[in-house]
Design a protein around this ligand. Sequence first.
Ligand code: NAD
Ligand code: WQD
Length: 336
Amino acid sequence: MNILVTGGAGYIGSHTCVALLEAGHSVIVVDNLNNSNLETLEKIKQLTNKDLIFYQMDATNEVAIDKVFSNHEIHGVIHFAGYKAVGESVAKPLAYYQNNLVSTMVLAGACQKYGVHRFVFSSSATVYGDNQVPFIETMNLQPTTNPYGETKAMSEKILTDTSKANPKFSIALLRYFNPVGAHESGLIGEAPNGIPNNLMPFVTQVAKGKREKLYVFGYDYPTVDGTGVRDYIHVMDLAEGHVAALENLTEGVHIYNLGSGKGTSVFELIRAFEEAIGITIPYEIVDRRPGDIAASYADVCKAKRELGWEVKRDIKAMCRDAWNFEENYVEVVESK
Ligand code: NAD
Ligand code: WQD
């Protein structure tokens, strides 16, 4: 199939391009490079030994997106493009609603116009809010505490209503848990700007000596050891989940949790990293981070049953590959 991948130069998008190309699909990337760079696209080609088509354009630009659809016979869309920083979304709500909602509407509109019915959307476990774990797709969603989460819940609604009006659509709403790690080559991975918000990139930067110590946010949660519990998923497993969704989609809207189904605490992740890499991670316990919940992990039965997909890589592989990328990435930057 010819797949349009918005945000294909980004963290999850780039790994998914690799998985798509390896599965024999053709890829057309639309990315405005707002949070990514051209070098990543070259690395995707290098890794797969395959070419892809790239448009540097904004997914909210209806005219530009229309041109892409008229230039190519597109069989499916995977829509990753968007802003994703929870804290920033509180400070800049309009930018988040504009970018994340308008891009979804523009792409769904183009699909409708050109008869492209396969649509895979990047949603997030954040839509579950502070529910009872494990989170299951049939749960009533809890209000999210930030505009970013709202854009995900609203995009799900927009796509669900679009499907009701156009029953030929086959839509997958993929709720990602906590994507971490990198391609095992170390060539592509996650390179956050500035101080990382997320745990794994912070840990790898401490291991590298870029940061003195990790701050553990809260030690009094009702969890196995008092620290926050999350469902970490290797980004290549997540990427392969997109290929499975695309290839197994049927008409209607289908919601899938993409996670490992296992909860890992902050202390457990630190220990796993230390064991996998052999470097000690100094840490200090500080107050809870506002907006954090105690535990989040997925019920993953539906994706296994309907998509034939489940994770293959464990927490050790996630730590190893995250670290491998951190080392490689620094070399690239320093050699410039
Ligand atoms: P990312 O920032 O690395 O990738 C997003 C890509 O989209 C970037 O390359 C950016 O340049 C591009 N982009 C942003 N706005 C655009 C626009 N208007 N037009 C064209 N390109 C645009 O983020 P990621 O971690 O790869 O996340 C991908 C998607 O998955 C996002 O929608 C995010 O909300 C969602 N998601 C991410 C996580 C996570 O923890 N990383 C978890 C759940 C859901
Ligand atoms: C994991 C655990 C922290 C950093 C966020 C978004 C979510 C999704 C994924 C997009 C928590 C603790 C963290 C640190 C710490 N993104 N922690 N010290 O908060 O589950 O999810 O990213 O959709 O929407 O909210 O992930 O990696 O930030 O935190 O102790 O320096 O690590 O408190 O328990 P989170 P995270």
